[in-house]
Design a protein around this ligand. Sequence first.
Ligand SMILES: [Cu+2]
Length: 124
Amino acid sequence: MKKTLIIGLLVIFVLISGCTTTTTTRPAEPTPATTSARISTEQQINIKDFNFVPNIAEVPMGTTVTWVNDDNVPHTITSVSGSFDSGSLAPGKTYSYKFNQAGTFEYSCTNHPSMPHGKIVVRG
Ligand SMILES: [Cu+2]
């Protein structure tokens, strides 16, 4: 009589413990540390149909941004604060600038003041 009770309790215990082990979920895989190291330090911006595409680019510090003139007229990439200026960029040509300082860098095209300004947001 007592033995049955003990076995019964044992069975219940095994079932419960078995249950808990199966429901225990493994912790989520940590994000590989290489993710941040693999962030590209190159960013391309196309000038297409009188627009900078993408218009706002967020990049890590040290990124080299390359603008490509995909239009068939010359454009300029001219920093509003005066930190960089491509001069007249002929169709099909590229201009690169490396951003070594954190901050927001707004730029425009001096050939076409109506063009929407572009922005480079450099993370520190
Ligand atoms: Cu332009």
